[in-house]
Design a protein around this ligand. Structure first.
Ligand code: SF4
Ligand code: SF4
Length: 322
């Protein structure tokens, strides 16, 4: 990264913070880079032409490890578009059979892809929690960031999910939305924005959902290149550094989460995975470890992009940290 800032490691040391993994509770599986979209800020650089996807033997190894890890209560599936890999339904069904909560990070438009006609019903039947990206309730902003026509399809998908009971009180079918800023600034207050989204989506389209997660744009991959191109990288990094929040740093998601790539490599989080920053552990793949708990107490590998998790109210795959 070509920005001059105080190294993240130095900042947390100055505050006496040591990032060491606590007992694992969440396994985040990035099943691959194949996606029906190619969004401007995608940190995975996913797209329709990517061929890296998780094979069944890797899924099977993960299921074996999960069966030995009763404390991991949640399996968080991300990509790419997780629904597009051939083993998606098998992975979901088996995780549910093991008693895990399953999250599908769904881009919504995938539900209208060829071959995905019954995916929404499948997710409902398996009681999978859906976490869906919707950076704005206005068409122009969404289409600008995520591609032409994405907004309209996303609204149709949310209507469909509501019809199936998602996001409706009393059904237990969780539907959460993810907001990320449309430029080089921090997300606004999560509670306030959730109220605004709920009001607007209900009034404009009759849509209901449970929670809104605000997520900070990480200065990596496509967004990093965008910052470099527009000459805003130094300014954005200074914003993240000056907004460093000790409380957020004490609660970063990598403390109880482990991330696995499509080919079975282990990482501290999905961002480190995309940057290929290896874990501080002698065994670095699901084929080498005997149990995922081996990684408890391992130090987290940090770098300057971690400022994205600790700025302002903090940021994680479940939104603000404080
Ligand atoms: S839908 Fe998600 S995974 Fe696909 S390109 Fe967009 S941000 Fe990346
Ligand atoms: S970027 Fe990853 S490793 Fe760094 S603080 Fe955030 S979750 Fe932890």
């Amino acid at each position: 990264m070509n920005a001059k800032v105080i190294p993240f490691e130095e900042t947390i040391r100055k505050h006496g913070i040591e990032l060491t993994r606590k007992p694992l509770e969440i396994l985040q599986i990035n099943v691959g880079k194949l996606c029906n979209q190619a969004c401007l800020h995608c940190h995975v650089e996913a797209g329709p032409k990517r061929t890296e996807i998780m094979e069944k033997r890797t899924v099977d190894r993960l299921l074996d490890l999960l069966s030995l890890s009763p404390d991991i209560h949640t399996v968080d599936l991300t990509g790419g578009a997780p629904e597009l890999i051939p083993s998606f339904r098998y992975l979901v069904t088996e995780c549910r059979r093991l008693g895990k909560e399953v999250i599908d990070r769904c881009n919504l438009t995938v539900l209208f892809e060829k071959g995905q006609e019954t995916t929404a019903q499948f997710l409902r039947d398996e009681r999978v929690r859906i976490v869906a990206s919707l950076p704005c309730y206005s068409k122009d902003n969404v289409d600008k960031q995520r591609g032409n026509g994405v907004f309209g399809k996303s609204i149709r998908a949310l209507n469909l999910l509501n019809e199936l009971g998602y996001g409706k009180e009393g059904t237990g079918l969780g539907l959460d939305l993810v907001y990320n800023p449309l430029g080089a600034f921090l997300p606004p207050d999560q509670v306030e924005l959730e109220r605004e989204f709920k009001e607007e989506l209900k009034n404009l389209f009759g849509i209901e959902f449970n929670r809104l997660y605000t997520i900070t744009n990480m200065p990596i991959k496509r967004f990093l290149r965008d910052l470099e191109r527009s000459g805003k990288l130094q300014e954005y990094m200074e914003l993240l550094v000056s907004s460093f929040n000790v409380q957020a740093a004490l609660g970063v998601m990598c403390l109880n989460l482990l991330s696995v790539s499509w080919d079975g490599q282990l990482y501290d989080c999905d961002f480190n995975q995309m940057l290929e920053i290896p874990i501080f552990w002698k065994k670095r793949t699901i084929w080498e470890v005997e149990s995922l708990e081996e990684l408890t107490r391992a130090p987290i590998a940090v770098a300057d992009h971690c400022y994205g998790c600790t700025a302002g109210d903090g940021s994680s795959c479940s939104g603000a940290l404080i």
